[in-house]
Design a protein around this ligand. Structure first.
Ligand code: AMP
Length: 288
């Protein structure tokens, strides 16, 4: 695996790969890698001839500075894992390399409704920050294939929108949404899980169990009673739920009354011992 810290070096190398007719797969991450990230590398290896992984803890997407400063960094282990997983290259820039003129404030991405719900409303500015860094990285790497995790469901929709906003530069990029990898107890793998102690990592599996329960108990009609019940169960087990929601799987429009047909995704965000955890599950697939 080749390690690049500078944009120019990465671009030159990518240019030579393209000249040799190689397709490029890209896996952007914030490091503290786990098997979920590595499954994206695996997908990239199937879709493209060359895989570039980036590790960059992007300051512009953290609305809470404490969350940014506590974000786990395990770079040496990450490099070993990526090399073993067969990533062709790692892009490991520092902050001035990505933002040479300081924090970019001027550009506003028109994300519309997507920015007003769920993580959009709970984490103001978060998706603008995600778009800023992803657009920058996509301009640098110009991949053919982009691997994203379903774990960050809303982020997948935001980045799909970003590609549309990028016009020609985004048109040629094919997004692949990869399934959420879980611990044995069902907890969605996440770099943030490192901040949980062992007892909390066991307890955190309740988020996945709650999603399963929603899928099980889902009935056409008013959804508020089910959402309140699940939120109450999480609270009584020591979580501070941020949201328990059911939404249209394509648009993320929140669904209050379900007709029994609309494709639905259940999404949960909850704090446990001060760590914000998110997870989601497609709970109903459209039949026609
Ligand atoms: P992050 O480093 O958390 O920004 O994540 C980098 C990429 O890995 C994103 O596309 C995430 O959605 C994806 N990812 C994170 N956790 C998982 C998981 N448990 N399973 C699959 N993909 C994941």
């Amino acid at each position: 695996m080749i390690l690049f810290k500078k944009i120019t070096d990465l671009r030159n190398w990518l240019e030579s790969q393209r000249k040799n007719g190689k397709s490029i797969g890209f896996v952007p991450t914030m490091g503290a890698l786990h098997q979920g990230h590595l499954s994206l590398i695996e997908t990239s290896k199937q879709k493209a001839e060359v895989t570039v992984c980036s590790i960059f803890v992007n300051p512009t997407q953290f609305n809470d500075p404490a969350d940014f400063s506590k974000y786990p960094v395990t770079i040496e282990k990450d490099i070993e894992l990526l090399a073993a997983a067969g990533s062709t290259a790692l892009f490991l820039p520092d902050v001035p390399e990505i933002y040479p003129n300081g924090r970019p404030e001027s550009k506003k991405y028109e994300l519309g409704y997507l920015e007003t719900v769920l993580d959009g409303s709970s984490r103001p500015g978060h998706f603008q920050g995600v778009c800023t860094v992803v657009e920058r990285l996509l301009e640098i790497v110009a991949p053919d294939h982009l691997m994203l995790g379903q774990k960050d469901y809303q982020q997948c929709l935001v980045i799909t929108r970003l590609l549309a906003l990028m016009g020609n530069a985004g048109n040629g990029i094919q997004i692949h949404i990869c399934p959420t990898l879980r611990e044995e107890n069902g907890l969605a793998m996440s770099s943030r899980n490192m901040r949980l102690n062992e007892a909390d990592r066991e307890k955190a599996a309740l988020i996945h169990q709650s999603l399963l329960q929603i899928r099980e108990e889902l009935q056409p009609g008013e959804l508020a009673p089910l959402k309140h019940k699940i939120s109450g169960l999480l609270s009584s087990d020591g979580f501070q739920p941020d949201y328990v929601e059911l939404a249209n799987a394509k648009t993320l429009a929140l669904v209050e009354v379900w007709d029994g047909k609309e494709e639905l995704v259940a999404l949960i965000a909850a704090f446990l011992s001060g760590v914000r955890l998110i997870d989601n599950m497609l709970v109903h697939k459209a039949t026609e």
